[in-house]
Design a protein around this ligand. Sequence first.
Ligand code: SOE
Length: 401
Amino acid sequence: MADDRPALGVGMVGYAFMGAAHSQAWRTAPRFFDLPLRPRMVALAGRDPDAVRAAGERLGWEHTETDWRALVGRDDVDLVDVCTPGDTHAEIAIAALDAGKHVLCEKPLANSVEEAERMVEAARRAASSGVTATVGFTYRRVPAIRLARELVAEGRLGEIRHVRAQYLQDWIADPEAPLSWRLDRERAGSGALGDIAAHVVDMAQFVTGERITGVSGLLETFVRERPVAVASTALGGRGGEERGPVTVDDAAAFLARLSGGGMGVFEATRFAWGRKNAIRLEVNGSKGSLAFDFEDMNLLHFYDATDDPRTAGFRRIVVTEPEHPYGGHWWPAGHGLGYEHAFTHQVVDLVEALAAGEQPAPSFADGLAIQRVLDAVERSAAAASAWASVPEPEPAAAAQS
Ligand code: SOE
């Protein structure tokens, strides 16, 4: 049967971990959701001709380009999907928007507030001709996180008192794990702060509907020199004899004030041995609590403080019912979803917004707001003025401990 839906020509730049996850989403979304536009995986861009050709074939792209500028200039590309390290987000996204192409840009939006502000300006210029830009904070597309936002918006938690958010990984807890672009400030902008704290900042603001208005932060780099990689993968690789400097934070922690008057405690580290991708969010409100852990991503735990005290307790909600966000498109209840499904949901939400002529969320302005939170953490950590030192114990007291 002829498909009379308008096509959405997609061009993607980059084909590593995020490129593979986004490619899966462009392939899968039209097969599980009835989309108003027909995504067409037109071209993949990468500098190495042989590698990008092999990646294009493996990931399902019709053509390949060895220069992202050629991809942006293609008449059959309507949207550019930026899946490159952070130091190229601004240049590629601004060029694409100025060429009249919609943009989906991986997180964090940029490596600095200044770059993010230029990207927002480009998005504003493009919006006047109906061209949109969005940033890829995919964890807000996990059904349990979307359900958490719905429950908060319905008032089921009342006033927000606490947000407790952690993003725990351990892929560089081994001091001999080799250098990668993620550990180079020039390429990544920052370390755990921009890479993974950015995610929990977006999740916390998305679920609560509130903003972080002030922070007091701490950054630490535990291992300042590592082997130079001789073979690298998305989150690891093998080091050689040569060694080089780590120029980003290994871990970030910060207190936050929320616009609704509540308190936030945030932590992001790549040194939590045993925690592989543990994204934990707990929200305590005046009428109840929510708790989520990405390592159990199909569950949302909900405590309703208005319940009968004799039977009150955290409910373990299996977020796979047709009534749940994104429900009814995948498997029967109880058959869970995975990391890649959030990327597919990102494509669904983006295509539906484009077809409706609406601004996809989160916008570049939302991405800039997150960049400003990260910048505030860095400024606060550098000032360290809020720290009160604890006096050393007296020698006698020390001997007893
Ligand atoms: C590395 O920390 C990383 O690939 C992040 O960059 C992604 O955003 C996250 O989804 C998985 O871990």
